[in-house]
Design a protein around this ligand. Structure first.
Ligand SMILES: NC(=O)c1ccc[n+]([C@@H]2O[C@H](COP(=O)([O-])OP(=O)(O)OC[C@H]3O[C@@H](n4cnc5c(N)ncnc54)[C@H](OP(=O)(O)O)[C@@H]3O)[C@@H](O)[C@H]2O)c1
Length: 382
């Protein structure tokens, strides 16, 4: 039985990973949360991991109290996450953290020789060059959990990257696909948090509405599969049934299809290279009846082009774009900036950044930190 550690077990991907554990049977060695003590304690009492980590130390006493007498080690902070990724018994780390906080645990897991089921797309956006180089050096597998990359990964089994002519990422188009520029002026966080097809965490749901999510995925695909940006396209497919496609030099296209249910890609990443039965609802093509496609509206949703620009320039620029986006999304959710201002702030921060080429981890984290501080100051006007 594979032994796993789940970083971010209380989130949307984390809880669905535990559904897959229930279905397929893995041994859970470690679980983590940022601040949701009740859910983390509930999970710990059910799965009896060896250790749990609460990132935010404020509620550590409460967690310790809830787990008293259970023989479960309770830790906090980045130190705790790094203990998990270095745990000698864990075979596979599921990185389901949200945001660039996922970079350091991913790198450390790679260096300790562990395969990673990677949902945390910000890892590859922020430090793709470094992460892929370390993964090659330590011969570890990065198994994509993101449904689009999982689809590409499945379509590429038994194929060679040199035969690929194009990767086509599908996008649902988000809740504002049919909106005009005037409509977008009025949108609220509550509206942006209503994704038409997927039930996900808050940050990625807003990223889906701005199309930044697809932009982050373009960069993620570039690093995972080694395809240049001119050969990665995005097509809007509102039904979210085709999760992405690979076009080969002979004009054949391979795709992966399924209902929009993240437990499918999570299970594939966890059981790879095998496939196991599950009881999930099956795709009924007749019921779906129609699969449609359209161009993304890049003028209305400039975040997609910002990500292509950051990806093509490389160096520290993607980390800066990602950090500015994280802050801008949080400010939008707090009602401090409008939906349309999200790309404006990101653009201004990217324009002010002096890019460092082939950065090391410290330079990446410094650029990330700079971008967070600058965006914060710009929004708060101080
Ligand atoms: N959800 C999806 O369907 C989906 C699909 C594809 C890719 N992804 C990617 O998967 C990742 C996770 O997404 P999600 O939707 O599952 O996010 P989420 O629901 O917000 O969950 C995030 C998890 O990370 C923890 N966390 C948040 N901030 C943290 C911090 N600063 N330090 C340590 N832990 C922290 C959260 O703890 P608390 O619960 O205590 O806050 C939670 O366990 C993201 O990179 C997202 O882009 C998600």
């Amino acid at each position: 039985m594979k032994k796993i550690g789940i970083l971010g077990s209380t989130g949307s991907i984390g809880t669905q990973t535990l559904d897959v554990v229930d279905e397929c049977g893995f041994e859970v060695i470690a679980l983590t949360a940022n601040s949701r003590v009740d859910l983390l304690a509930e999970q710990a009492l059910k799965y009896h991991p060896e250790l749990v980590v609460l990132m935010n130390p404020d509620s550590l006493d409460e967690l310790e109290y809830k787990l008293k007498g259970q023989n479960i080690k309770v830790l906090s902070g980045m130190e705790g996450l790094l203990q998990i990724v270095n745990h000698p018994e864990i075979d596979l780390i599921v990185n389901a953290l949200v945001g660039a906080v996922g970079v350091r645990p991913t790198l450390e897991a790679i260096r300790s020789g562990k395969d990673i089921a990677l949902a945390n797309k910000e890892t590859l956006v922020t430090a793709g060059e470094l992460v892929m180089a370390e993964a090659a050096k330590h011969e570890v597998q990065i198994l994509p959990v993101d449904s689009e990359h999982n689809a590409l990964f499945q379509a590429l089994q038994g194929e060679e990257v040199k035969w690929v002519s194009r990767l086509i990422l599908t996008a649902s188009g988000g809740p504002f696909r049919r909106y005009t520029a005037e409509d977008l002026e009025q949108v609220t966080p509550t509206q942006a948090l209503k994704h038409p097809n997927w039930d996900m965490g808050g940050k990625i749901t807003i990223d889906s509405a701005t199309l930044m999510n697809k932009g982050l995925e373009v960069i993620e695909a570039h690093w995972l599969f080694g395809i240049d940006y001119d050969h990665i396209d995005v097509v809007v497919h509102p039904q979210s049934i085709i999760h992405s496609l690979v076009e080969f030099h002979d004009s054949s296209i391979l795709a992966e299809l399924g209902l929009p249910d993240m437990r499918i890609p999570i299970q594939y990443a966890l059981t790879y290279p095998e496939r196991e039965k599950n009881r999930l609802e099956r795709l009924d093509l007749v019921k779906v009846a129609q699969l449609t496609f359209e161009e993304p509206k890049k003028e209305l949703f400039p975040c997609l082009d910002l990500a292509y620009r950051a990806g093509r320039r490389g160096g520290t620029l993607p980390a800066v774009m990602n950090a500015a986006n994280e802050v801008a999304v949080a400010k939008f959710m707090q009602g401090k900036i409008t939906f349309q201002e999200i790309p404006d702030y990101i653009t201004r921060i990217m324009n002010r950044h002096q890019v460092i080429d082939s950065p090391d981890l410290e330079e990446i984290l410094a650029a990330d930190n700079w971008a967070r501080g600058e965006t914060e100051r710009m929004v708060e006007g101080c």
